[in-house]
Design a protein around this ligand. Sequence first.
Ligand code: PNS
Length: 178
Amino acid sequence: MKTAIYPGSFDPITNGHLDLIERASRIFDHLIITILHNHRKNPLFSLEERITMIEKAVSHLNNVEVQSYSGLLVDCAKENNCHIIVRGLRAVTDFEYEIQMSQTNRLLAPDLDTVFVTTDMKYGYLSSSTVREVAYFHGDLTPFVPAFVAEELEKKYSAAAPPAAKQKFGTAVLQADK
Ligand code: PNS
């Protein structure tokens, strides 16, 4: 049985992640989605919130499991007796970061391979951070995340970016353009 791990921050899960999960679940017999800590990021959603959202989003896929892990990805893979990591490649800008991670993981665990799956073109520039930014300014999240994730984002930012602040910024930009 071919098991693969799909690691990430998933803060929150997006339609791009889901596209990749569906593709990977067709390639592998068993897919483990693992939420790991990215030291470069300070998450908006707690681990429990992220697990709940992912579980709901993948409930239609019966070979997908959701986990979290504290530590190195290579150790997580070892504990799951798994030798394949799946990562998504969107645009060419992902390449540098992804190759660095994959080569680091290979030095740490030579029997662990990273398989890259390309996302659908329409998600080529979609990321959790841009989704959080749109949510912060109360933009329409329909193209980016499942409806229940949009609701969770709206709850998080319900008090943020009052209209007066947005207007002030808009005026300043217009004046600078003159
Ligand atoms: O969704 P992200 O934030 O791009 O995922 C990055 C993640 C969580 C997969 C990466 O930061 C990670 O593997 N973190 C665990 C620590 C680790 O193993 N680091 C060594 C690989 S560079």
